[in-house]
Design a protein around this ligand. Structure first.
Ligand code: BG6
Ligand code: MG
Length: 223
C-alpha cells in the first residue's frame, strides 16, 4: 500500500456499523436454537458477527452438537431468515446507529465516495427501510459475492464499482473478519467497537459519533 495515497472512498459494513441489527439476528438464531432444544447465549452470538448466514448456522449447530443433512440445514437457515426478515421489515430511521447519518452526510458533502460492503443478503431491505440507500455510490452485499469475509472480495468489488484504487479506500467494520478482509484488500480500516477484538484496524472508535472528515484525515495523515 502506498503510504500517503489520499483517501477518496469510505466503505461501510452494515450490521453493527450503520444499523443495530445484531439484536434481530440474535433473537432469530436464539429462537431457532430453542426449537432445536438448546440454549444460545449473547456470548455465543458474538461468534456470528460478520459471518455469512450458512456459516453462522453451522456455528450454531456445532454449539447444539447437531449435524443435520444439507437439505435440513438449508430449511433451518430459511426459517431463521424468515423470522429475521419479519423484524427488519418493521425497521425505520430510528435504528440507524448514533453518528452514522451525520458522518455519511459529511462525507457526501465533502465529495468522498461511499460504498456498502456487507455479507447480508437482506442489505437492500434495511437500506430502504432506514432511508440510507441514497447515500451510497455503490452497494455490494451478500447477493453479489461468492466468498465471505475475511476474504477481501466484498471490498475489492466495492472499490471496483467506485472506480477507486484499494489504497485510496478506508473500511469501517465492527467484526474482526471484516478488518482482516480490509487488510487483505490492501485498504486502510477503522474498527467500530472494542480495541480488544479490532486491534488490527488502523484505529478503533466506539461509535461513528466519534468520526468526522477531519478525524479521518488526522488518523491517516502520518500512515
Ligand atoms: C452480516 C452479519 O452482516 O451478515 C451476520 O454480521 C449475518 O451476523 C450476515 O449472518 C448475513 O446476513 P443475512 O441477512 O444474509 O442472513
Ligand atoms: Mg458487521
Amino acid at each position: 500500500m502506498t503510504l500517503h495515497t489520499p483517501i477518496r472512498a469510505c466503505l461501510f459494513d452494515l450490521d453493527g456499523v450503520l444499523v443495530d441489527t445484531a439484536k434481530y439476528h440474535y433473537l432469530a438464531w436464539k429462537r431457532l436454537a430453542g426449537e432445536l432444544g438448546f440454549e444460545f447465549t449473547e456470548q455465543d452470538n458474538e461468534r456470528l458477527k460478520g459471518v455469512s448466514r450458512m456459516a453462522s448456522l453451522d456455528i450454531l449447530l456445532s454449539i447444539g452438537g447437531i449435524s443435520p443433512d444439507d437439505d435440513t440445514r438449508l430449511a433451518l437457515a430459511e426459517k431463521k431468515n424468515g423470522w429475521y426478515v419479519d423484524y427488519i421489515t418493521r425497521m425505520d430511521e430510528s435504528e440507524i446507529l448514533p453518528g452514522a447519518l451525520d458522518f455519511l452526510k459529511e462525507l457526501k458533502a465533502g465529495g468522498m465516495l461511499v460504498a456498502l460492503g456487507s455479507a447480508s443478503k437482506n442489505a437492500m431491505t434495511i437500506l430502504n427501510n432506514t432511508k440510507l440507500a441514497p447515500y451510497f455510490d455503490a452497494i455490494v452485499d451478500g447477493t453479489k459475492t461468492v466468498s465471505a469475509k475475511p476474504d477481501p472480495e466484498v471490498f475489492l468489488l466495492g472499490a471496483q464499482e467506485l472506480g477507486v484504487d484499494p489504497a485510496a479506500c478506508v473500511v469501517f467494520e465492527d467484526a474482526e473478519a471484516g478488518i482482516e478482509a480490509a487488510i487483505r484488500a490492501g485498504m486502510r480500516s477503522i474498527g467500530v467497537g472494542s480495541p480488544a477484538t479490532l486491534g488490527r484496524a488502523g484505529a478503533v472508535v466506539s461509535s461513528l459519533r466519534e468520526m468526522s472528515l477531519r478525524r479521518l484525515e488526522k488518523i491517516f495523515s502520518s500512515r
